[in-house]
Design a protein around this ligand. Sequence first.
Ligand SMILES: [Zn+2]
Length: 176
Amino acid sequence: MDHCCRPEPAECDCAASVQEGRAALSQENGPIQRCPHDQSQGKPVQLITLKSLLTPQALERLNAQASYRFCNRARCPIVYFSTEGDRVVTDDLKVPVFQKNPGQAVPVCYCFGWTRQRIQQEVAQHGQSSAIATITAHVKAGRCGCEVNNPEGRCCLKNVSDYVRRQQKPYHHTTV
Ligand SMILES: [Zn+2]
């Protein structure tokens, strides 16, 4: 599973040349920005997200000069990593991380408190969830604060719609 990365553009079919090319590339561009645990690239995240969500102990180790990235792999304990070698793990956050914690009480939408459980209950009761419409209305009204609430540091609507779709599907299949 660590070998599923997208292939880098290669100029020839020779594996050795590709390897050399990669090495040269990474030296030119400085340190490679990849998760030290699973080598995933992660997504850039603002420092304000870490400042908001780290425990006091973890915040004391924050490298404010570094740029951090968010690792979204479920089985990886690293939440943020930096080009300087800093790493932040799930226990360093004040909140559970949706991508890495399968618990029912974990928020899918952190700003407006939509946990997996809340969405599931709504789908079980009504066959669908109002989460997407409700959150979208709040976002439009300028109420969301994803950069300080969501460990991913960005809008959660994609996660919410993916999750709602997955919940609604099995419901329809098992309902008479
Ligand atoms: Zn990782």
